[in-house]
Design a binder for this molecule. Structure first.
Ligand code: GLY
Length: 334
């Protein structure tokens, strides 16, 4: 067992990394109250039930798997259910799922009675290394991702690597793309673990190292005024690719990182992506990706802060106009 402490003053919390933690959720979390356990229909039913039965008054709510669940109507349904069941400010919400479930559950917890306790038990690699910590919660609106939300920190996060056993290879690989992202910007040794290639044997270390990077970044810049932008490495073009459909988020980030590394580093990155069976090109019209990118909420006045990586473990932040990004998109189009 490993506990990382996220130091955010009054909003501090522990991240417990332990195989089997789900079974002991009641020991780590205060479940002695009304508890809504939010999950989706792609997560094994037993995971959410395991938490609900440990609560004094727990129930499971299941949303459809996928990004479409991050909507205002779904958010509203969750709040209505809490209201119907008489949830008070002393009750709690637990997310048991990936990034979609975490974002939706966290946002519902942040809004209900101006904020009730929220716990996160991430069940995908992507959510274990990245989205479950740091307090970003949101839903999408009018086709724009994460445009309505709140920074709302969980009270605790349980990272149980045994929960990854039910994931298929593609889902594992897309989550590893986010871990690789952190190695590229901030941890040469993590990047080199990927280069050595024995990912299964290194899984615990990959997840722990990624969480340590994320924790350090969030502690320094919770509200994304500066440093936290490095977690968006690969995401500017990645979000544009994602809007075209067909690829998972982490797959889009994987391709989106390729133009943003130095010419020397690019073949090494592509080698790792190929080893992970992640895409290295996309089959889409560059104009479509470009158009989707201009909707990115992180852009200001037609310019966007983009992170580039000259060598593993180092990063630079640069202002690009969208026009300057267009030739970079062409680099990854087949
Ligand atoms: N996943 C990016 C962030 O938490 O800032």
């Amino acid at each position: 067992m490993n506990i990382l402490h996220m130091d955010l003053g009054a909003d501090s919390y522990d991240i417990v990394i332990e195989r089997g933690a789900l079974q002991k959720a009641g020991e780590y979390l205060d479940l002695d109250r009304k508890v809504l356990v939010l999950t989706d229909d792609g997560v094994p039913e037993a995971y959410a039930q395991t938490v609900a039965v440990q609560a004094k008054d727990g129930f499971v709510m299941t949303v459809p798997q996928g990004e479409d669940s991050k909507s205002i109507p779904r958010f509203s349904t969750i709040l209505s259910e809490m209201l119907k069941r008489g949830f008070s400010r002393k009750d709690a919400v637990v997310a048991v799922g990936g990034g979609v479930v975490g974002d939706l559950a966290g946002f519902a917890a942040s809004a209900y009675m101006r904020g009730i306790d929220f716990y996160n038990i991430p069940t995908t690699v992507l959510s274990q290394v990245d989205s479950s910590i740091g307090g970003k919660t949101a839903v999408n609106l009018d086709g724009v991702k994460n445009i309505v939300g709140a920074f709302y920190q969980p009270k605790k996060v349980l990272v149980d690597l045994d929960l990854l056993d039910t994931l298929d290879e593609r889902l594992i690989a897309e989550g590893l793309a986010e871990a690789l992202k952190m190695g590229l910007t901030s941890d040469k040794e993590l990047f080199e673990l990927f280069e050595k290639g024995n990912i299964t044997a290194s899984m615990d270390e990959i997840i722990t190292r990624s969480l340590m990077i994320k924790k350090n970044v969030v502690e320094q810049d919770e509200k994304e005024q500066g440093l936290r932008k490095i977690l968006n490495f690969g995401h500017t073009i990645g979000h544009g690719i994602e809007s075209c459909g067909g690829l998972y988020h982490g797959e889009c980030v994987a391709v989106g990182m390729i133009p943003m590394v130095s010419d020397e580093l690019r073949p090494r990155l592509i080698g790792i992506l190929e080893n992970l069976r992640l895409p290295t090109v996309v089959h889409a019209a560059p104009e479509k990706i470009f158009e989707a990118m201009t909707h990115d909420k992180k852009s200001v006045g037609g310019r966007v802060t983009v992170v580039t990586v000259p060598e593993p473990g180092q990063f630079e932040m640069k202002e690009f106009s969208f026009e300057e990004l267009y030739p970079l998109i062409q680099m990854i189009i087949k």
